[in-house]
Design a protein around this ligand. Structure first.
Ligand SMILES: [Zn+2]
Length: 271
């Protein structure tokens, strides 16, 4: 079971996130090539935290599953939902349980042809979900401009209220993930889950790349175990996000060394 309206943990090292030493990069020299309107210090081209270090921490984490009921998956950018919870989505649909993806932005910022990119990323998500699940998954888009989720919190709140029913488990980004859109979406969703009295589980994305596993051992890690079929479906679905995984004449946002974090036989949540 997920903790009811959890998310009470502060940054794992109890420092303000802005100064969080979990971030590996030297902020004076590194600038993002993660596409966002906001100023972010994430450089996916560097190798980041070794996956074996995470596995040592996560090996001890208890197995967990959401309660038997609908899932609402809050996703800041098309691909975040499949990276973090693709296996869970696959298995939930296979068990004929309801899954709704609340897709907050089209992930268009930072590209020269933003309109085209927005359309491409929406199409990639559609295709990925078709590959992931035999039965349809509902996607609700609310069209927040990428990089501006914090400014559009009321839109996010209203969408959550309109999409949950009693018994829903909410899956949201980790509120200290290190990307402003992820952090804002995580914060707002956690507040709403608390207000609504619904369980919430949070997923890291950039934390895997940027974080220090030893500083995060005390967090409430939980593992959702994936069937072999779910793992294979997720790997196939991830290949649909070509603009992020294998773009033409650009460095990928998610190169192999980052995809490795999302190829585990389980998916990891903070509950
Ligand atoms: Zn994202």
């Amino acid at each position: 079971m997920a903790g009811r309206g959890g998310c009470a943990e502060s940054c794992p090292n109890l420092l303000m996130h802005q100064d969080c030493p979990l971030m590996l990069q030297d902020r004076t020299t590194k600038r993002t090539n993660v596409n966002t309107a906001a100023d972010v210090w994430i450089d996916p081209s560097i190798r980041g935290t070794d996956e074996s270090r995470w596995q040592r921490v996560l090996a001890e984490a208890p197995l967990w599953s959401p309660a038997d009921g609908p899932l609402l998956i809050v996703s800041p950018h098309p691909d975040n939902e499949v990276l973090a919870a693709g296996g869970l989505i696959h298995m939930w649909r296979q068990w004929e349980r309801r899954v709704t993806i609340l897709s907050l932005t089209d992930g268009e910022a930072g590209y020269p042809h933003q309109r085209q990119m927005a359309r491409m990323r929406r199409e990639e998500l559609k295709e990925a979900l078709q590959v992931l699940c035999r039965s349809p998954v509902l996607v609700v888009r609310i069209g927040i401009p990428e990089g501006r989720i914090a400014e559009c919190a009321s839109k996010l709140r209203a969408a959550i209220v309109s999409l949950v029913v009693p018994g829903t488990t909410i899956i949201a980004p980790y509120e200290y993930d290190g990307h402003p859109d992820h952090d804002a979406a995580g914060r707002v969703t956690c507040e709403m889950a608390r207000t609504l009295g619904l369980p919430v589980a949070r997923y890291p994305i950039w934390t895997w790349h940027q974080g220090n596993p030893l500083a995060m051992t005390r967090l409430s890690w939980r593992r959702f175990s994936l069937s072999e079929e779910a793992q294979a479906a997720k790997a196939d679905a991830l290949r649909c996000f070509a603009s992020q995984m294998s773009p033409y004449k650009r460095a990928p946002i998610f190169p192999e060394h980052i995809i490795r974090y999302f190829a585990r036989p389980y998916e990891t949540f903070l509950v």
